[in-house]
Design a protein around this ligand. Structure first.
Ligand SMILES: [Fe+2]
Ligand SMILES: [Fe+2]
Length: 294
């Protein structure tokens, strides 16, 4: 084995070791949130509902859709590395489902109907990737898409929960801000770190053509978290508007796209943010505006 190949192999091993330790630590330090620790008391249900009801509904739906995400994942990656399986099955899914249950309970207590998550529709796009993924080199492309989607999703969640937390605090809704949103928010950075670390480790092993293909497929398929059709994209636009993200769209997009700019070579081309991320966020805000006007 050449020196360079040897160095690659040992780097890959140490990334894997760090991932295993990270996932074990997450599992130990962050069990699913204990429902007994959540205080659903709301001072002014009508005010919270008017301002943030739809944000709670969107986030509850997305969190509850983890069950479908796992289905998508196993379609895309029929044979995932053990550490990925350990992460999504033992740590990530139980935490996210609980996030969804808590947010949904809060919105129901505000007098809203429960979220309607789609738990079992796997898109044709992903089925196709799953079929192609039987070829090992394409499987790495699928894995990279999965990690990039995961990191963008988790980053978006942290940013949105920060803003929701501040908004509820401003309304004087301390119980919801601290025991609902802050507790959930605390668990998201560990998810982001898992995906970012996995993406960095895998990127170092990709050939030029694989990186090119990942970039093409990301540009074709990128969507904001939870936006699977035009209606949901408009819903996301409403969430952005309520949280004030529309005023600072480029900065938000830059934070969401940071890891992929770094790994897919956009930074070398002088880009601070992938153009498809900005375009998708703009489209969401425009769709929301058009819907409100109609
Ligand atoms: Fe979550
Ligand atoms: Fe998460």
């Amino acid at each position: 084995m050449s020196q360079r190949r040897l160095a690659d192999v040992s780097r890959a091993r140490s990334t894997e070791q760090r991932l295993v330790e990270h996932v074990d630590r997450l599992g130990e330090e962050h069990p699913p949130i204990d429902l007994a620790s959540v205080d659903f008391t709301v001072r002014d249900a009508a005010a919270v509902n008017a301002r943030f009801g739809h944000v709670l509904d969107y986030t509850a739906r997305v969190e509850l859709e983890v069950d479908r995400n796992v289905l998508e994942l196993t379609t895309m990656l029929p044979d995932p590395p053990e550490v990925d399986r350990h992460f999504y099955a033992d740590v990530w899914q139980p935490q996210e489902v609980r996030h969804g249950q808590i947010l949904d309970e809060l919105q129901v207590r505000l007098g809203r109907p429960p979220a309607q998550p789609d738990l079992d529709t796997v898109s044709v796009k992903l089925r196709l990737l799953g079929a192609l993924g039987r070829l090992p080199q394409v499987q790495d492309v699928s894995r990279m898409l999965y990690y990039l989607t995961g990191q963008a999703t988790e980053r978006s969640a942290v940013l949105a929960y920060n803003l929701l937390h501040d908004g509820l605090t401003e309304l004087g809704e301390t119980a919801a801000a601290e025991t609902v949103v802050a507790q959930i928010r605390r668990q998201e950075p560990g998810h982001h770190a898992f995906y970012a670390m996995s993406a960095r480790g895998l990127a170092a092993q990709l050939a030029g053509w694989q990186r090119w293909l990942v970039r093409r497929l990301r540009a074709l398929s990128f969507a904001p978290v939870g936006a699977n059709d035009a209606g949901q994209l408009a819903d996301f636009g409403d969430v952005m508007t309520t949280l004030g993200i529309h005023r600072d769209l480029e900065r938000f997009a830059t934070m969401v796209g940071r890891v992929e700019v770094e790994l897919l070579g956009a930074a070398e081309r002088g880009l601070a943010v992938p153009p498809y991320v900005v375009a998708a966020f703009r489209e969401a805000v425009e769709l929301a505006r058009a819907r409100a006007a109609a």
